[in-house]
Every structure is written in C-alpha cells, then in structure tokens.
Design a protein around this ligand. Structure first.
Ligand SMILES: CC(C)(COP(=O)(O)OP(=O)(O)OC[C@H]1O[C@@H](n2cnc3c(N)ncnc32)[C@H](O)[C@@H]1OP(=O)(O)O)[C@@H](O)C(=O)NCCC(=O)NCCS
Length: 333
C-alpha cells in the first residue's frame, strides 16, 4: 500500500507499516488514546473520566502535535491505526537537550509495538541532538517493560489517592499547625532540604539549589497567599518540618489525562535530617490530605523521584498509588 508522508517501512515479516505521524492521524490516534485511558481508569478511577471520550482526547493529542518541533510515528495494520508515539522538546534547560513523550504522547494496541514506533521516531530526535529522553508511561506492566527494553529506566512517579474520609491526627508529642510569618526563617531553611537531599546520591538531581536569601524572599512574598496551605510540625517546641498543599491545577507536571479532577496536591514536604523517622513526615503529609478533604477535594495527587529513598518510601505508606512512570534514557554512552 502506498504511504503518504515520507519513508515507510515494514518491521520484520509482519503486515505492519510504520510511517511518520501526520495531521490526518489525529482522530485515530485520539481513539486509541481514549481506549488506553479507559483501561487505565479501571485501575485508577480517580484519573479524569472525560478523556475516555475521543472528542476530548483529540484536544490533548492535537495540542502535542501542534507544539514546537513535535514529531512521531504511527503504526498501521491494514487501514487501521493501531499505535502512535509523539514527542516534543521542553524549552527548560534543566532537562538537557531533550524530547518528552507526554501522557497523551503514546497509545498502542500491542505493547511490543511501542518499540517499533520509538525506533522509527527516535532517529530524528537523536539526529536533532535530542539525546535526553523522557516518557510518561501509564502503569501498564507490559508497556513499562517494552520501554525498559528500549534502554529507559524509572526516574519519577506520579501518584494519587482519595481524599481521606475520617479525620487524621498527628501522633502524641508532635504538633502540626499552619505556618505563620513568624516561621519564615525555618520555612526558608526547610526549603533547601529537598534540593540538598536530591542533589546527593542516589538522586543526583540537577535541580537548582536556591540560596537561603532567595528562599527567605520567596516566603516573605508568599506566606499569606491563600492558594497555598503551609503546615509546620513542632517537636519539643521547635519546628522540624514543613509541608505545602495547593490545588493540583498549580502543577504543570500534572496535566491533561494525568491530572485527576477536583484534586489537592501535596506539593512540598521536608523534615530536618536529625528529626526524620519519628512520624513528622507522615503527620505533615496527612495535614495536606486533611486540608484537601476540608477544602472539598475528592482526590490528592503527589509525585516523587523514585531514586529519593525517603519520599519514595514515605508517600506510598500514606496511601498514594502510582498512576504514571516517568522513564528516562540518556543516549550516547
Ligand atoms: C520524606 C520525609 C518528609 C519523610 O519524613 P519523616 O519524618 O522521615 O517520615 P516519617 O517518620 O513520618 O515516616 C513516614 C512513613 O514512611 C516510612 N519511611 C520513612 N522513611 C523510611 C525509610 N528510609 N525506609 C522505610 N520506610 C520509611 C515510615 O516507616 C513511615 O511509615 P509508617 O508511618 O507506616 O511507619 C523526610 O524523609 C524528608 O524530609 N526527606 C528529604 C526531603 C524529601 O524527600 N521530601 C519529600 C519531597 S517529595
């Protein structure tokens, strides 16, 4: 069958044809994405229902397709589109010379086919120098395994849980309360704790470490911002940790079909190193869960670096279930 849109090739002996993604593929790709999302929601009903509708899913795929320097591939079986992948770079320098496959950037009937699709699409990405590659994969074990066999490994977890329905209280000896202007000095100190921790082994994150002065200035400006709920934990009359809750809409990392409806967001938490392991992290996380329930949210979202040995163990204990894996591959070595 003749193919439009450039080089088509047939992997192996199958009747599959792979060719570059084209605008005319958007409706069929959206149909597949809606199908994928219906399966995903069977495991995670808190993910937004609207994207089960291909008329809504098409908006997401179209936005990706229209983003700067987007490209990808589709797989056809006969006349039917049964897989696609779409990637585009993010401008921020923190990700390196990158390409991202976002939550709406892939769907396949057969997980193994993502390897053929990536094989076709990645040639251009690497030719363009985009050697730092990121992909958001639903927690479908076969799909994750297929990406694993493309050289990708786990970097980050996206997770959700229902808002609590019974009241959560801090353990004896620990007080959790709202942060006030009087707490600014320790809040600023605690703001450095996460980037400091994540700069070390085994996270080795390249995230920027603010100075104490910058953190102080930030808190001076934002402490009264009603869109954010700040909590501090006190032990023996001294603040040892903080957490921040807000609407998930404030987080660009959670968007489209990876953003649960009506959800609160556990956006930050840190406990001073010498005070860890006494339940303060749990109590601070639970303060944000309780605030989310009191605010009327039905779900709570958070995310973590999977190489962060502390957060990756703490948040699942608080009932968060992983919905998406962000996988990463660095090419060239
Ligand atoms: C993540 C962090 C806030 C947790 O605070 P903490 O006071 O040490 O945690 P807690 O003592 O309340 O423990 C919370 C739960 O996680 C578990 N947990 C915590 N650290 C653990 C570890 N190293 N190994 C196994 N389980 C661990 C605890 O057993 C506890 O579960 P339980 O209540 O069911 O027993 C804290 O470790 C921290 O500040 N880390 C550095 C910054 C950071 O990673 N922040 C999170 C941003 S995403």
């Amino acid at each position: 069958m003749p193919q439009a849109g450039g080089a088509a090739y047939r992997p192996g002996m199958s009747r599959h044809v792979i060719r570059p993604f084209a605008e005319a593929d958007l409706p069929a790709a959206a149909g597949l994405l809606a199908e994928r999302h219906r399966e995903h929601r069977k495991r995670h009903p808190l993910l937004p229902a609207e994207y089960e509708d291909e008329q809504v899913a098409v908006v997401e795929v179209t936005a990706l397709w229209e983003s700067e320097s987007a490209s990808g591939a589709v797989l056809l079986e006969g006349d039917e589109l049964t897989g696609y992948v779409l990637g585009a770079p993010k401008p921020s320098p923190v990700w390196g010379p990158n390409v991202w496959i976002e939550a709406a950037g892939q769907a396949v009937r057969e997980p193994e086919h993502i390897r053929d699709l990536y094989g076709a699409a990645a040639a251009k990405w690497v030719d363009d120098g985009r050697t730092a590659q990121y992909v958001l994969v639903p927690d479908d074990a076969e799909l994750v395994d297929a990406w694993f066999r493309l050289g990708f490994g786990s970097q980050h977890a996206h997770a959700v849980r229902p808002a609590p329905t019974t009241r959560l209280e801090a353990p004896p000896g620990l007080t959790v309360r709202r942060g006030t202007r009087d707490d600014i000095a320790v809040l600023a100190e605690l703001d450095l704790v996460l980037p400091q921790h994540q700069g070390q082994s085994p996270v080795f994150s390249a995230g920027e470490l603010p100075t104490l002065e910058e953190a102080l200035a930030d808190w001076e400006e934002s402490i009264d911002d009603l869109d954010y709920a700040t909590f501090v934990a006190e032990y023996d009359g001294r603040v040892i940790g903080s957490s921040v809750g807000c609407s998930v809409d404030k987080s660009s990392a959670h968007s489209g079909l990876a953003r649960p409806d009506n959800a609160g967001f556990l956006g930050y938490a840190a406990v001073l190193p010498e005070a860890r392991g006494r339940g303060a992290g749990r109590a601070l996380g639970e303060a944000v869960l309780q605030w989310s329930a009191d605010t009327g949210y039905t779900a709570v979202v958070t995310d973590w670096r999977v190489t962060n040995l502390l957060s990756s163990r703490t948040w699942p204990k608080l009932g968060f279930q992983q919905t998406f894996h962000r996988l990463h591959r660095l090419i060239g070595y």
